[in-house]
Write a protein that binds this ligand. Structure first.
Ligand code: BDP
Length: 681
């Protein structure tokens, strides 16, 4: 098809060897009270079963001739409790579920303690059938590892999407909320099926018109909230910190000013009157020209707490972003290293935030580069709730014109050992809240969808949206397992096809990295739109993203001994590893050290030869991706084949441009020839 159904194809022929197992299930028994989420779950199950088995299923309140699929909520006096042992039902937590096949009757039961759990259980069962798994002996208990599994839309009300690479907004057009609510419901379904439970529906850069989502557009926001509610997804709004001035008619946004505080309290009350289960606010303040508490000599705790106080009586939360740095200062001295900024601003505030504030920390210290170290702020504030922020949108990883499956990158970040509470203090344990026992914790990520028919522009970029949700649900899942699920649900189970797409996805991050900025140095992209090579694009600007290449060497000295001191933001073990040239990993070398081109890496190559080799190899491997796709032409539908073939062709060409621009630059700077005598343009 055209990609619109994404991983919700529910096609008959995908199920492979176990397909006849599914066909016996012809009715669904609902052992739960009516409600929007239950209705979504039942609809989904019916639709899915009909697609997969090719026959209509009936829905009833009591059991007919076995076998059927029985769904129900534990402890509500229905029959569901009898179908599970007490041990199993008590292991199911808030959003979790149990799925079990009765060996005698063949009935499949899905039990949960909330309707959200039922919905997730239904999606799980459909995933099994969609990937051809056996349903004969199911015995599953699942609970999400992360409590908050959030998506951030960077959509503007004029219909554009900041860093959007898949068309226009599905939420807004002409400065109002769209009338096409069906597409939004389809998006809610997609999100819920991968495990997402929260969404902020507007860009973190809030313009005047979006501020009015809080006021005059509130009835429309409430409609959107109802759509998401039916899929167990909570709705949040990004707010302008200075809304009191922007739309409130007040002269100030000082967080300690009582009029300002009162304005926010009243605004919150109105929102909750319209949307009783409203999630809360997402805030980008004092960053990249956004207003914030600094204007009034206050700090981020003052700002966040003002909003938290307004939301608290209603059970709402403030998600305050830590992407805060001075974008107008260039490089003055070691303390102005942009990589230091989030930690320098926030770490000293630990303990000052109200308990309904969550800090949202980007995965790396700079900005979603293809390779960065893990942000040292993650886990460094034991008394503060934190969520990690990823970018599903491929702003710096090929903008959904290149394929770049990001789950392997996210896995590496989540598995990183911060050593903050001794060995084994991994990022995933920090963000799931278990290390510090946080009230709130989890994942947030910038969405990669727009109104392109296939949602993500590049069809293969759908794997990142799906993968993000799956990983937020369970960070233990392997990148490969997630990819396999996505491939089979989307394209079916043909072996050659599955293996080909799996190889493309699993190699794509490494390939992209190899022909772009080397060894963790970052950027080297065109300013503003950030697409394509421009080695010095940001080198002499104010944005704080530099590589410091000259005729002798390259890289940023972020050591504590001689550099910016950034390394000292890490726990000792990591600090020492990064500080020393001997132990710093190759892939991050230029992030932490300024070295001569002749510096020898652990790989045995010099830095300059590494640059040449990776760029030649990367461009070559990019063109092989296109060749691999050609071989499965007959296994995919015409439209899907075309969509991907076109992008892979563009990537192959663009990778050569990257290769040539980077290699030429460094040949000229260093004057050192390629050891293998290849032509460098
Ligand atoms: C950068 C984007 C910019 C965003 C900013 C942010 O280039 O468009 O507004 O991050 O996260 O990556 O606030």
């Amino acid at each position: 098809g055209d990609g619109y159904l994404a991983w919700q194809q529910y096609r008959r022929n995908t199920a492979g060897v176990n397909v006849d197992q599914y066909a016996v299930y012809k009715h669904i028994v609902v052992d739960a009270q009516e409600g929007a989420v239950i209705r979504s779950a039942v609809d989904e199950l019916a639709q899915g079963m009909e697609g997969i088995t090719g026959t209509k299923v009936s829905i009833s309140g009591d059991n007919e001739s076995a076998p059927g699929i029985i769904i129900g909520i534990f402890g509500t006096g229905t029959g569901i409790d009898e179908l599970f042992s007490a041990g199993v039902s008590s292991a199911v937590k808030a959003e979790g579920y149990a799925i079990q096949t009765d060996s005698l009757t063949g009935n499949i039961a899905i039990g949960a303690v909330t309707s959200a759990g039922i919905l997730y259980g239904v999606f799980h069962l459909l995933r099994i059938m969609g990937t051809g798994g056996s349903v004969r002996q199911l015995s599953i208990v699942e609970n999400p590892v992360n409590q908050l599994r959030m998506i951030n839309q960077w959509d503007n009300m004029d219909g554009s999407v900041e860093r959007g690479y898949a068309g226009k907004s599905i939420f807004y057009e002409d400065n109002r909320i769209t009338g096409n609510l069906q597409r939004i419901q389809d998006y809610a379904r997609l999100l819920a099926s991968s495990g997402i439970n929260a969404i902020a529906i507007n860009n973190v850069n809030v313009h005047r018109v979006e501020s009015r989502l809080l006021t005059e557009f509130l009835p429309d926001v409430a409609k959107l909230a109802a759509i998401f509610r039916a899929y167990a997804i909570k709705l949040f709004l990004s707010v302008n910190y200075a809304s009191t001035m922007e739309i409130g008619g007040l002269p100030s946004a000082d967080p300690l000013d009582s009029d300002v505080r009162e304005w926010w309290r009243a605004a919150a009350s109105e929102i909750y009157a319209a949307i009783p289960d409203f999630g809360g606010f997402l805030v980008k303040a004092d960053s990249e020209n956004r207003p914030g508490p600094f204007t009034y000599g206050r700090d981020h705790a003052d700002g966040a707490n003002m909003l938290a106080e307004a939301l608290k009586p209603h059970g709402g939360i403030v998600i305050w972003r830590c992407f805060v740095y001075n974008c107008k200062q260039d490089w003055r001295d070691r303390t102005t290293d942009r990589a230091r900024a989030a930690y320098d601003h926030f770490q000293p505030l630990d303990g000052r935030f109200m308990d309904n504030v969550i800090l949202q920390v980007k995965n790396g210290p700079i900005d979603f580069q293809v390779r960065e170290p893990v942000s040292p702020l993650l886990g460094a504030m034991p008394q503060t709730n934190q969520v990690i922020e990823f970018q599903i949108a491929q702003e710096y990883t090929g903008q959904q014109r290149h394929v770049c499956y990001l789950v392997p990158q996210w896995k590496e970040i989540l598995n990183f050992d911060t050593h903050l509470q001794g060995e084994g203090t991994s990022v995933k344990r920090i963000v799931d809240g278990s290390v510090h026992g946080n009230a709130y914790s989890g994942f947030a990520a910038v969405s990669n969808i727009g109104n392109d028919t296939n949602w993500t522009g590049h069809l293969l970029a759908q794997a990142n949206l799906f993968g993000y949700g799956r990983l937020a649900w369970n960070p233990q899942m392997s990148a490969e397992k997630i990819a396999l699920e996505w491939i089979m649900l989307t394209f079916g189970t043909n072996e050659l096809l599955v293996q080909t797409i799996l190889d493309i996805l699993m190699n794509s991050w490494e390939i992209y990295e190899s022909y772009t900025a080397p060894l963790g140095v970052g950027f080297m992209v065109n300013p503003d739109h950030h697409y394509g090579p421009n080695v010095d694009g940001y080198e002499y600007s104010m944005w704080g993203t530099y590589h410091f290449a000259d005729c002798y060497g390259i890289g940023v000295d972020r050591t504590t001994a001689t550099g910016t001191g950034y390394t000292s933001q890490y726990a000792r073990t990591n600090m020492e590893r990064y500080e020393s040239l001997e132990s710093c990993p190759d892939e991050l070398l230029l992030f932490f050290h300024h070295v001569p081109y002749t510096h020898v890496l652990h790989s045995g190559k010099t830095v300059i030869q590494h640059i040449y080799d990776t760029h030649f190899a990367g461009a070559e491997r990019a063109s092989q991706l296109a060749a691999a796709w050609e071989l499965v032409k007959d296994q995919v539908g015409e439209q899907a084949y075309r969509q991907v073939a076109d992008r892979l062709a563009e990537q192959a060409e663009h990778a050569k441009e990257w290769r040539d621009r980077i290699n030429t630059y460094f040949l000229r700077k260093s004057g050192i020839a390629d050891q293998w005598g290849r032509t460098i343009y």
